[in-house]
Design a protein around this ligand. Structure first.
Ligand code: COA
Ligand code: AMP
Length: 629
């Protein structure tokens, strides 16, 4: 039996994956070219495919060239912000990756070394990731929207041998200088950085004024005579990358992705969830700084011999609300993945979907939404305007690939707006109450996944095995996703929100606890509570409530200080724009801040006062302040 596209119904495949996971994943692992085939498919201590040896870059590039597909298009860089449109065949991408691998090797990067990549959506970023994979080095890509202190935290935790960067990113029409951020992060970091390799972009040049700064092109020329480094054999459970994501505190969680499980899971999901195979173009409109970028902009499409699309632009304003549809059509994307917030932004600019109707969707067969809850109105609008199936699906950085979806490619097109679909083969979900007992269908609870998690999912956090173990501590035998939701009587899973201090702003995962810490450190601020408020485009936006110390500056100044502090310490991506200075925060008699009550107030939802409230007048005063503001 082959686990392929469309030849088995979803329910058969799902059953097989749960009844015989070892057989199922052993078969899926055949899609990968192993230097040493794994015999031990799963071991509780060692994980998936632990005695297998492979190289992810070989699987993404060399083997397709070896198989005679060197002239097929591997990567297309489509950049409406610069006007560039450039394709790389598999042979060309292999060559470019080899050149970057030679650059890294010349700087002493070898297997197991860490490399931080702080780069925008340009082809060199993909070359760099693949070059690390080629050498067996572990990359850690940091999203460009983070501020220097966040980059510094990641540098301190990953302890990279070097940093790869570019002179700027381009956000809409603005160039964002990266070098000052990198310089500041290096200065803040406790880790001695040996080299910063910087790619100068036409739009904005950077000064290379530190002893450790190296010009990318100069290094490339200097190493031109070096042979292309061979693909280092790495163990299946050796890390391919570390990707930091927000937890509940100011310390980000370094999710570790293993080479073997990642290759198998991505190959399987490209074929069976997204319906993408050799020669098919797949476009995930995300950023390489997020998990979607790792899995489905760079590695996934290349693993299956498809065409990866790297888009440098925004859904609107680059140049207009038609840019997504143009990108789909001109690159012949067969499937498309974006965040609901991007569609809401397009809909706001083009409510009649004129661009979509004029431009069409070309060869695209299906649109996937993910990264945040897809509201039924957005799905309905997109379905109507595109005439394509629109599939919401759910996953997390920790998992690396979809866990709830309608597996379009294996015949599961059962969609229900508001639901993210059904468990993907390999995942078994339960909805539990806080004491670990299953709740009834339709009842909200903690969304958990039965352990062990399938290949590709994390098996540790970098430098933090205890933090990893916490994810399995509350509900023995299950992984706690941190999301709440319910299963309806037709078996659809609905994800409704988080159970912790994480919020989702424009598809970006952020920690309210971290923002509170930043604001509360301001000398004028006595206390801060921050909640995620509903937003018609971004899904959610952060809103802060602060109380001030006696004799402090006026409210306007304090609000600005708070907004500036979050931007300077966490980054522009946090998008804190609203701060209410209030006399008191609502608390229980034991002193716990009632954040849920604050959230209801900003969302203008009806609220009842809990019997434990300390001062029943406070919420009303805050509601007046919010509504009158
Ligand atoms: N580098 C530097 N800065 C960045 C950045 C990056 N890669 N990404 C975002 N920012 C900045 C933005 O410029 C903005 O700065 P500003 O406050 O100075 O204007 C800030 O971070 C907030 O950005 P964003 O939340 O993206 O808001 P926006 O108004 O610029 O754009 C959307 C709104 C909806 C168009 C945009 O958020 C979007 O495309 N979202 C989809 C997100 C997505 O695909 N997520 C992946 C999930 S899978
Ligand atoms: P990230 O790790 O950044 O991918 O964020 C993962 C979190 O985003 C999940 O835990 C959810 O809270 C949220 N999320 C992702 N996809 C969906 C979805 N389809 N529906 C609802 N929430 C989602």
């Amino acid at each position: 039996m082959t686990v392929g596209r469309g030849n088995l119904e979803y329910s058969d495949i799902y059953r097989r994956a749960s009844e015989d996971p070892v057989g199922f994943w052993a078969e899926a692992a055949r899609a990968i070219d192993w230097f040493v085939k794994p015999r031990l498919v799963y071991d509780e201590q060692k994980g998936w495919f632990s005695d297998g040896i492979l190289n992810t870059c070989h699987n993404c590039l060399d083997r397709h060239v070896d198989a005679g597909r060197g002239d097929a298009v591997a990567l297309t860089y489509d950049s409406p912000v610069t006007g560039a449109l450039r394709s790389f065949t598999y042979s060309q991408l292999l060559y470019e990756t080899g050149r970057v691998a030679a650059m890294l090797a010349a700087l002493g990067v070898t297997k197991g070394d860490r490399v931080v990549i702080f780069m925008p959506m340009i082809p060199e970023t993909a070359f760099a990731m693949l070059a690390c994979a080629r050498l067996g080095a572990i990359h850690s890509v940091v999203f460009g929207g983070f501020a220097a202190p966040e980059l510094a935290k990641r540098i301190d935790d990953a302890k990279p041998k070097l940093i790869l960067t570019a002179s700027c990113g381009i956000e809409g029409t603005r160039a964002i200088a990266y070098k000052p951020l990198v310089d500041e992060a290096v200065a803040l970091s406790l880790q001695g950085i040996q080299h910063v390799v910087l790619l100068q972009r036409d739009r904005l040049a950077a000064d290379l004024d530190h002893a450790h700064d190296i010009d990318w092109q100069e290094l490339r020329s200097r190493t031109a005579g070096e042979p292309q480094p061979a693909c280092a054999p790495v163990g299946a459970t050796d890390p391919l990358y570390i990707l930091y994501t927000s937890g509940t505190t100011g310390t980000p969680k370094g999710v570790v992705r293993e080479n073997g499980g990642n290759a198998v899971a991505l190959s399987w999901s490209l074929a069976n969830v997204y319906g993408i195979g050799p020669g098919d173009a797949f476009w995930a409109a995300s950023d390489v700084g997020w998990v979607v970028g790792h899995s489905y902009i760079v590695y996934g499409p290349l693993l299956v011999g498809g065409t990866a699309i790297l888009f440098e632009g925004k859904p609107v304003g680059t140049p207009d609300a038609g840019t997504f549809w143009r990108t789909i059509v001109r690159n012949k994307a067969k499937a498309f993945f974006t965040a609901p917030t991007a569609i809401r932004a397009i809909r706001k600019e083009d409510p009649e979907a004129k661009f979509l109707k004029d431009i069409g969707t070309g060869d695209c067969r299906v649109i996937f939404l993910g990264g945040e809850r897809a509201d039924p109105a957005t799905i309905a609008w997109l379905e109507r305007a595109s005439g394509l199936p629109v599939i919401d699906h759910w996953w997390q950085t920790e998992l690396g690939w979809p866990a709830i979806a309608s597996c379009f490619a294996i015949g599961d097109l059962r969609c229900k707006p508001g639901s993210a679909g059904h468990a993907v083969p390999g995942y078994e979900f339960a909805i539990l109450d806080d004491y670990g007992s299953p709740v009834d269908d339709g009842e909200n609870g903690n969304v958990v996944i039965r352990a062990p998690l399938p290949p590709g999912a994390f098996r540790t956090l970098w430098n933090n095995p205890a933090g990893f173990a916490k994810n399995f501590a509350s509900f023995p035998g299950f992984y706690e996703t941190g999301d709440s939701g319910y299963r309806d009587d037709a078996g659809f899973l609905h994800i409704m929100g988080r159970t912790d201090d994480v919020i989702n702003v424009a598809g970006h995962r952020l920690s309210t606890g971290q923002m509170e810490e930043i604001v509360a450190r301001l000398p004028d601020v006595a206390e801060c509570a921050l909640v995620g408020a509903k937003d018609p485009v971004k899904g959610m936006v952060p809103v802060a409530f602060v109380t001030t110390r006696r004799g402090s500056a006026d409210d306007g100044i304090i609000s600005k200080l708070a907004i500036d502090a979050v931007r300077a310490e966490l980054g522009a991506v946090a998008a804190l724009k609203t701060v209410y200075v209030v006399d008191q925060l609502p608390k229980t008699r034991s002193g716990k801040i009632l954040r849920n009550l604050l959230r209801r107030i900003v969302d203008q939802e009806p609220f009842t006062l809990p019997p434990t409230i300390d001062d029943a007048d406070i919420p009303q005063a805050i509601a007046l302040r919010v509504n009158g503001a």
